[in-house]
Structure formats: structure tokens, C-alpha cells
Design a protein around this ligand. Structure first.
Ligand code: CIR
Length: 255
């Protein structure tokens, strides 16, 4: 069975952190409808949703991806780079405890899950403003016993590594070459986003399907030509909060 852990949209979403996106008014009611449709897309791809209640004290708490990393063998609770987000971690940890053994990134380490891209046994972590070398070193030590190799990669001009590159398969990536050096992924098959859609590199892989924003038609057409058929969802209000499709869920298999 595939599980997708999500959290309802906080009433305070408009007070979210923003780094590379300009602040514009967010329609929270519309964000909630879009989030429901996103959950529906996950269901249509075979997920059982574990929906946590909104945490209104934490504007960014809908972006559950950042606070935990779920591997087949273990889950790692992160220490998010933005101090305003650290109170989001424990309730996600409590929900994950029934599925995985838990480990934790400790101070002074920081990791945002949006920076963590797993491709088979390789785990790449963005050296962003949110994830630091101490956090990456801790993750390396936590995952080494399970045979994962953890490596930090520089990103530029975007929030997280997964703003710049995500997985279409363990050996295929969707990539925005302005924000990460494509040479770092020379060992993988690479599909580049359409340059008119700079935010289009974030796609969510769910089993054999994908969830993808509705507002990147050029890159979507390119993906379709390459044989991928993503389920498209409207996420305009979550994008205004600098979120994307991977960040609104933790998708993992298990009983
Ligand atoms: C933040 O800056 O933390 C939120 N406004 C957006 C987080 C998006 N997370 C993600 O892409 N993994």
C-alpha cells in the first residue's frame, strides 16, 4: 500500500516564509480547495491519505515534505532551516512513528526535506539557505548503515534542490539547468524544463504515476512526448507560498 501523509492548510498561510517569490495575496479558501484536489489526485494514483489537522500557529505547515524524510528502512525527522518551522516537526513524527523507526537531525544541523532527492541508493541534498553541511553529514551517518550514499550539491537562485531537479525514475530526472549544474546529473537521463516555465522542475512521483502543476503546459507536453502522463492539479495558491507538488505530502510504501 502507498501512504501519503498530508496536513490541512493553515488559516495563516498568507504569513508564510518567502525567499525567491514575491509576496502576493493568497486566497486561503482556494488554497484549501486546491489542496483537496491534490489529495484526490494522490488517491487516484493509489494512495491512502493520512491527513493531519491544520496547525494555524505554523503558516508553512501544509508543506510536510520539509519536516521528515521517509525511507523504506527508517524515517528521519529534520531540523528545518527556518526557525519558524521547527514546531512543525513533532506532530509529523508522532504520525510517522506507527510506520517507521524514527531518527532525528540535531542542532546545529539543518535540513529541509525539499532539499533531499533520493535516486535509488543515492541521496542528494541541496546546499541551500535551509540545509547546512552539519545536517548533511548527520544524514550521511544516519543512512550509511542502510547502504545510502549522501552527497551535498550546490543550488542557486531557488529555495530547495527539488525546486531545481526531481525524479521521473531512479535513473531519469526533470531538471531546471539555471538553478543546478546539469553536469552533476551526467550519470542520469535528463529532461530539461521549458525555459518559459522556470518553476517547472518539481514533479511528484507516486508509484508509477505523477502529480504535476496545471500551469506548466509546455513542460507537461514535453513530458508527454517522452512517455510520462502526469495527473495535473491547480496549485496557484500553494505556489504563491513558494510551495510545489512534492512539498505537500510524504509518500511512502508500507503495510
Ligand atoms: C518555506 O519557505 O518554507 C515555504 N514557504 C515553502 C516550502 C516549500 N517546500 C518545499 O518545496 N519542499
Amino acid at each position: 500500500m502507498i501512504h501519503a501523509l498530508t496536513r490541512e492548510v493553515a488559516a495563516s498561510l498568507g504569513d508564510c516564509q518567502l525567499s525567491f517569490v514575491e509576496r502576493t495575496a493568497i486566497d486561503v479558501a482556494l488554497a484549501r480547495r486546491q489542496h483537496s484536489a491534490y489529495q484526490e489526485a494522490l488517491r487516484s494514483l493509489g494512495c491512502e491519505i493520512v491527513a493531519l489537522p491544520a496547525l494555524d500557529a505554523y503558516p508553512d505547515s501544509v508543506f510536510v515534505e520539509d519536516v521528515a524524510l521517509v525511507f523504506p528502512e527508517v524515517a528521519v525527522l529534520t531540523r528545518p532551516g527556518a526557525p519558524s518551522r521547527r514546531g512543525e516537526v513533532d506532530s509529523v513524527g508522532a504520525a510517522l512513528a506507527s510506520f517507521r523507526e524514527l531518527r532525528r537531525i540535531e542542532a546545529p544541523g539543518t535540513i529541509d526535506g525539499g532539499d533531499v532527492l533520493r535516486l535509488g541508493r543515492n541521496v542528494y541534498v541541496g546546499l541551500s539557505a535551509r540545509s547546512n553541511p552539519e545536517g548533511i553529514a548527520q544524514l550521511g551517518s544516519l543512512l550509511a548503515p542502510f547502504g545510502y550514499l549522501v552527497e551535498g550539491l550546490p543550488v542557486r537562485g531557488c529555495l530547495h534542490l527539488k525546486s531545481a531537479v526531481t525524479a521521473l525514475a531512479d535513473e531519469v530526472v526533470l531538471i531546471q539547468p539555471e538553478w543546478i549544474d546539469p553536469g552533476l546529473f551526467a550519470a542520469y537521463e535528463r529532461i530539461e524544463i521549458d525555459p518559459a516555465e522556470p518553476h517547472a522542475a518539481n514533479i511528484l512521483r507516486v508509484g508509477s504515476g505523477f502529480v504535476y502543476p496545471a500551469n506548466f503546459p509546455r513542460t507537461a507536453a514535453k513530458l508527454e512526448r517522452a512517455g510520462y502522463a502526469p495527473t495535473r492539479v491547480e496549485v496557484s495558491e500553494l505556489q504563491k507560498a513558494e510551495g510545489a507538488v512534492t512539498c505537500c505530502s510524504l509518500v511512502f510504501s508500507g503495510p
